[in-house]
Design a protein around this ligand. Structure first.
Ligand code: WTA
Length: 653
């Protein structure tokens, strides 16, 4: 990959943007030389009820990891996202909602919700929550389609100090149940059905299944979206529209501490069950809002569209909290990129005159494959900035995005970050940073990336470097803990490399100091921008009674980025068959959700193990990648002959 292909911001953009090169460099320098002073100033971008006096109180020290920002300040996140805008922009659209079916009558077509209306909806919703017994610190699981009520529910929780935990509506009943239990939720908010791409999922059924054992303690609030038949349980279910009748649209925001949790979001790690990533109120909001403004060069009155689902962190930070804290107009899309046809994204951009468009490389690759005519049919002249997130973007997709979608005039911001980081850590700023296709370029304000030699853990001081990516000091949007398990937090992120936050990603820094993410160095894979632990898929497989053992790895997939490759060893007496393969695929869908279904499933009479019984995943990865020339040393295997069988029977798709 040539490193010298800089794309420079136009002079006009450099002049008009929130930051040009000089501003970026000066602000960056200030942010790392004196973080206290920098964040004292930028912490003022949110409205505090009681102003903070302390700015930063953070430690990455082994055994004593503690992260606090603005800790003596108090605020309300919902008031920051709504109330404080009412005077100036009460009649401005806060949320544009675009339904799955562009012509639907019952969905009423697109909706424009003003800040004033948002205020009324959220206050009512908050009062409904209170009536159901929800208060400060209680956990509420949200399992909703991409409808305005998802944003109302999040903000209603924030308004009364409850902690939300959104579960992506594509997760199965089992995965939902596990998350409800893990955070001890008092309430689940769901809808009757979720239309996506013209098909409807019965969400309420999934909730009923998830709550089979707990329905007497967990209540369920149901939004009517499709009007379909559902199994409504009189003793513990409530219709939102009925409950709303009983409450007023006045609800004072609770005064919350900066370090009170705002939300928990479960995400996959390299081991065991998903971790509950905890984000708190003050620092998170400051960071989400600031990155939204600078990374997308967002300006008042513009229409911002992030295509993510609110079930992922990208939806939290860049559909709801960041944009609304900035008084933006944010677009929320219920559907999929290919319904009714592969021009849907561009149709929506044209219809709502979108200025910033933010999506995942997997979507770009999929649409690129459908041909340019779907894009060219539409007037995309409103687009100003394009963004990507979720996985490395290959230069081919980057160039297509630039040329065909952006018409060569829209800077691309390739934003690298994680559920754990709350907002962008590596990203270009449109008016400041020359870009290179495939590079997430340079750190955001206050972020100090370091590249470590993986074995020794030594920081590589030369500009050119390759190794694991760590961050040397805290930033306000950093996660604070793993829900209920601070030890796991320390172990996962601060124990392999002492005094650093370990990202789990590998990276390269080029001669210009630009960062190139090379992918995960742990057992996390990234399928269509969805993060998944190989261990989760393995434990789903071995839970089936035909399976003795399973090993799952990622392999390069042309559209998804990575695909899921599963090696399965059957119990004695069970024979491989196509039926059993299908059964196992269905099984994984049921245990986790459709996104976890293996793309390739290979029957493995034996797995390559060391003499101490550890599965050598390196070898399995190489076989899945069809790169068995590079298997390396296999002499330490307990039984090297299993490798030949695996190579011979590799699944070729
Ligand atoms: C990957 C999504 C390359 C990375 C916001 C990270 C990326 C994981 C990029 C986090 C990017 C995200 N370039 N890789 N621009 N953005 N990743 O928690 O491996 O769902 O660790 O957060 O996605 O995924 P998560």
């Amino acid at each position: 990959m040539p490193d010298d292909q800089f794309r420079h911001p136009s002079e006009a953009l450099a002049r008009e943007a929130h930051a040009d090169r000089e501003t970026y460099e000066a602000m960056y320098k200030a942010s790392v030389e004196d973080p206290e002073a920098f964040w004292r100033e930028h912490g003022e971008r949110v409205d505090w009820i009681k102003p903070f006096t302390q700015v930063k109180n953070t430690s990455f020290a082994p055994g004593n990891v503690s992260i606090k920002w603005f800790e003596d300040g108090t605020l309300n996140v919902a008031a920051n996202c709504i109330d404080r805008h009412l005077k100036e922009r009460g009649d401005q659209t806060a949320i544009i909602w675009e339904p799955d079916d562009p012509d639907s009558v019952e969905g009423g077509g697109a909706q424009h919700i003003t800040y004033q209306q948002l205020h009324a909806h959220v206050c009512k919703f908050a009062n409904v929550l209170k009536n159901l017994g929800i208060g400060r610190g209680d956990r509420v699981v949200i399992y909703l389609p991409m409808i305005p009520e998802a944003a109302y529910a999040m903000l209603a929780c924030a308004r009364i100090g409850a902690i939300h935990s959104i579960v992506f509506a594509g997760f199965s009943a089992d995965a939902l149940g596990a998350r409800i239990n893990a955070c001890d939720a008092k309430l689940v908010i769901t809808a009757d059905g979720a239309p996506r791409g013209g098909r409807v999922t019965n969400l309420k059924d999934n909730v009923n299944q998830a709550l089979t054992h707990d329905y007497d303690v967990v209540k369920c609030l149901v939004v009517k979206r499709t009007g379909q038949q559902i199994a409504f349980r009189e003793e513990c279910d409530y219709w939102l529209h009925e409950e709303q009748e009983k409450v007023s649209d006045v609800c004072e925001p609770e005064e919350m501490g900066a370090e009170d949790p705002l939300f928990i979001l479960y995400t996959s790690g390299s081991t065991g069950q998903p971790k509950g990533v905890v984000h708190t109120s003050g620092g998170y909001l400051v960071f989400a809002a600031m990155t939204h403004q600078y990374t997308f060069d967002y300006r008042a009155g513009e229409v911002f569209w992030c295509t993510a689902d609110v079930g992922w962190v990208t939806g939290h930070s860049y559909i709801v909290y960041g944009p609304l804290a900035n008084g933006a107009t944010t677009l929320m899309f219920e559907g999929v990129p290919t319904y009714p046809d592969a021009g849907r994204f561009w149709d929506v951009c044209e219809k709502h005159k979108v200025n910033q468009f933010y999506t995942a490389p997997t979507a770009i690759r999929a649409l690129m494959g459908k041909g340019d005519e779907y894009v060219q049919k539409h007037d995309l002249s409103s687009l100003r900035i394009l963004g990507t997130v979720g996985e490395p973007i290959n230069p081919e997709a980057w160039n297509w995005y630039d040329r065909v979608v952006g018409g060569g005039r829209c800077p691309i911001v390739d934003t690298w970050w994680q559920t754990e980081t709350g907002g962008h850590l590596l990203t270009p700023l449109p008016g400041a940073t020359p870009t290179k296709p495939g590079s997430a370029t340079l750190p955001f304000f206050g972020v100090q990336p370091v590249v470590l030699e993986p074995q020794s853990g030594e920081a590589i001081e030369t500009t050119e470097a390759e190794g694991v990516l760590c961050i040397a000091d805290s930033w306000p949007g950093q996660m604070r803990t793993v829900w209920g398990d601070h030890e796991r937090f320390e172990k996962t992120y601060f124990s392999d490399y002492k005094n650093y936050y370990f990202t789990g990603d590998g990276c390269r820094r080029d001669a210009d100091g630009y960062y190139w993410i090379t992918g995960r160095v742990d057992d996390v894979i990234n399928v269509s921008g969805h993060r998944m632990g190989t261990a989760e898929v393995e434990s789903a497989l071995v839970a089936h009674d035909a399976v003795a053992e399973a090993a799952v790895v990622g392999y390069p997939h042309p559209v998804k980025g990575q695909g899921i490759y599963a090696y399965v060893t059957l119990m004695g007496g069970r024979e491989p068959s196509d039926e059993l393969r299908k059964e196992l695929e269905t099984w994984v869908r049921k245990e986790i959700g459709p996104i976890a279904k293996p793309d390739c499933l290979q029957w493995a009479p034996g797995l390559p193990k060391t003499r101490s019984g550890k599965i050598m995943r390196r070898i399995l990865r190489k076989i899945a990648e069809n790169d068995h020339g590079a298997l390396g040393d296999i002499s330490t295997l307990a039984d090297p002959s299993v490798v030949d069988d695996l190579i011979e029977n590799r699944v070729n798709r």
